[in-house]
Structures are given as structure tokens and as C-alpha cells.
Design a binder for this molecule. Sequence first.
Ligand code: NDP
Length: 484
Amino acid sequence: MSKININKSWKYDEALESKSHINLKDKYNLFIDGEFVKPLSRKYFKTINPATNESISEIAEANEKDVDLAVKSARKAFKSWSKLDPKERAKYIFRIARMIQERAKEFAVIESLNGGKPIRESRDIDIPLAANHFFYYAGWADKLEYAFPNKVPKPLGVAGQIIPWNFPLLMAAWKIAPAIACGNTVVLKPAETTSLTALKLAELIKDSGLPKGVVNIVTGAGKTGAAIVNHPDINKIAFTGSTEVGKLIERSLAGIEKKTTLELGGKGANIIFEDAAIDQAVEGIVNAIFFNQGHVCCAGSRLFIQASVADTVIEKLKDRISTLIVGDPLDKNTDIGAINSVEQLNTIEKYIEIGKKEGGEIYQTECSLPKKGNWCPPTLFLNVSQSHTIVKEEIFGPVLAIQTFRTIDEVIEKANNSPFGLSAGVWTEKGSKIFKLTKELNAGVVWANTYNKFDPCSPFGGFKESGMGREGGLHGLKSYIKFE
Ligand code: NDP
């Protein structure tokens, strides 16, 4: 029997996470020099809940002058922070990690409210991982000479950090923790649509007693990001976002002495061999593409199935996705939450239309979708090939393009036929195949018999148009130091 035996007669009752313990202001100012200050721009923008498209709060929009104030504060703080005994630096970072754990429930609910991701994910993945990044880099702060033996590591200075909307708190942790552990100070800009958990982190940082100006958080849209990139007194730019904006940033920094790391888009290949444990692989396919509504740079958005098992895998996959619950991000049963913004939903729908027009065979489940908000059912495209737009371009939504292959060399060639090189997955019982693929796939991360597993100890980053530099692990420290 090829179907997964799923008992579909079970109906889930609503299991809403409570919002009673969260504390949100009507208006958020910029976090500069350890205080919340009104923006010189005097402008605010609304931040919305993508599950209802209703406004949650108003957020300050930083202009060039605001960014300049933040950079000045970071520069001033750098003088003492970089000279502080590393053991003391570690204590602050450790304290931030503990405080995130203590306030985890509040962070999780706000992350789901503002970003649309299922509470199951923000509660069990985003927030614990964010705390883990602070713990991990707290550990390195006073051991840098062991990380780089026979060298004298020195901090770079002020780091400008720009992050996207898909993992708001986690991306802030990825950026801030290694930077301050190495003795740098920071000006961070969260994404326009999901600034709330970064601002809650600013409140937490204030409560932690971290010296003023070590972390500054300026909110705003692309212009605010550009003001950070082009500020003359910033020593390092760490950017995570689209390849398009990454290229813009690279162009504007060409010839300027600013260290840069770019974590950009992806189009991950998830490869299922005939000898794989098929039911587990089907779970892996679901996790690879439907985690966080597919708003994941390393999503396994290109599925390659060995031809001999293709019919079985596709039948099981259709059966499995028919059980996925799309709906309220705050419901603990929800598998796929809200699409992050109306703009992103339009982009995904545009790609689905292109997929159909170019001859792809679409399969969508008949799940019920809420009336208000931004939703997209889990979507499969069959009968597509390497030249289809939906196979080539990053969609950043719950849309999977499925192809088949016969030999190992064929799938390596197909998987590498992409301008991106961020991630891949391999499902097989043969270790030898895993080693061959991890060696020959052009991807910064290759998971074997699992997918979308993250750990602060592991470096993460891409090749080709997926960016340059690594974050996480020991490699992540290297991006924030120079040697003397
Ligand atoms: P964008 O590139 O649009 O935005 C990323 C950040 O840059 C946002 O804070 C954005 O501000 C800001 N920004 C926009 N324009 C400029 C500019 N000209 N100069 C400086 N900053 C600017 O990406 P998305 O937010 O849409 O994020 C999705 C992308 O991020 C996907 O391509 C995804 O693959 C990639 N990503 C990569 C990861 C990796 O580790 N490789 C991890 C996560 C995501 P605002 O949002 O306010 O406009």
C-alpha cells in the first residue's frame, strides 16, 4: 500500500494561545543610546497582523539623521565595550539569553501575531534558537584566542546589520550575539513588516543593563537600510535578505573598506533516492517546503524524486498534505500560518499563475482558509522541468516544484543548475551517496535524512547568488574580527 495511513476522521478543536500575557505599546520609538527616542523624521508607520490585516501598533521610521545618531552612539560605546574584560561581556550576553528564555512565551506570541508564523514554530523553534545563539556566543566571548590560535583577534568597530521579515527575532540574534561577543557595537534594522520582536528585544536589552549604545535598533523600510549601508562611520555590513538588494549593497560598497557578509536567497534541492525511508522522507519534504509558509531562504523548494519511487512518493505526499491545517497562527494545531504581507501573497500568486501558464500541473489541497488575512494553501507543481520559471526563481511561499531523475550524476547536475547555492537535502540509506552529494552539490548547507535543522554551532551561508560569508559557529565569529 502506498498511501500513508492517516486517520482523517479526527477533527481538532480550536486551541488558541492566550494573548493575555503580552504587553504591546500603541507606538514604538527608536532604540538609540539605551533609550527609546522619537524619530527626527517624526514619521511612524503601521505594523499589521497578517492573519487579519489589522494594525497592531505604530513604529518609528528612521531617516538618515536618526541613523547617524545611532551610529554615533555605537561609536561612543565601542570605546569602552571593546576594552571591557571579555568575561564581563560574556556575562551580559548570557543574561540576555536567560531573559529571552524567561520571556519566551511573550516573544513567541508577538512573533506569530506580527509575522504570521504558527505558534508551534515560534514557540518551539524561533525563540529557543534565538536564546541559544546568545548562549553560544556568550561562551566564545572570552575564548577568542582559542578560536584563532596564534593570532590576536580584534573587533572591527561598529556593525550595521539589516535583517528580513521571515525570522525576525532569530535573525536579530544571529546578527547581534556574535558581533557584541567579539567586542563590536551594533546598529540593527529589522524588516518593516516585522519589527515588533526586535523592539521587544530592545526593551529586554535595556532591562539587562547592557551598556548604553552597544546595541541600537532603528526601524524603517529600505531607505533606512540604505542609510546604514552608506554611513561612512560603519566598519561592517551584515545583510540578510533578497539577492536583488544584496547586489545593490555590494555595488554601493565596492571599493570601500567595509567588511561585508551577505546572506541572500535560495532555491534548495531536496533529493529523494529510491532507497530512502519513504515515509520519513515525505515528512522531510513537508518540513522542507511548508515550514514558516515557505518563507525560508533555505526551503527545499525544488524536489527531485528518483523515478522508480516517484509515483509512490507523490501519492503519499498528496495524502500527507491533505491533513495540513492552514489558519490562525495562534492556534496550536496550525501547520501553515498567514503569508507575511499582501505584497508577498501577490508575489506567490503571480508565480502560481506563471507555473500554470508555462504548463505545470498544479495540485492544491482543498483545505478551508480563513476569510480575512493572507493565505495560500500548500501547492505542488508536477510536470515541470529545469527551464520553468517556478523551478528557477525563488518564490518564498508554500509552493513546491517536483521533478524526477534516474541517476545520481543526473540529479547532481540538475540540482546544481541554479544561480543559487544555499541549501540541499539528501534522503538515502547509503552513507556513500550522502558523502558524494555533500561533496558535489554547490550548497552551503546539505542536510542528510533531515531538513531545516539549525544549530548555533553550525555555520550557515551560501555560494553563488546566495551570498558570501558565513554566520553561526566559529565561522560566524570570523565575520566580526580582524587580526593584528
Ligand atoms: P529584502 O532584501 O527586500 O529586505 C531585507 C532587508 O533589507 C529588510 O530589512 C529591508 O527593509 C532592507 N532593505 C530593502 N532595501 C534596502 C536597500 N536598498 N538597502 C539596504 N537595506 C534594504 O528581503 P526580504 O525582507 O523580502 O526577505 C526575503 C529574502 O531574504 C529572501 O530572498 C530570502 O531568501 C532572504 N533570506 C536569506 C537568508 C539567508 O540566511 N541566506 C535568511 C532569511 C532570508 P524593509 O523590509 O523594511 O523594506
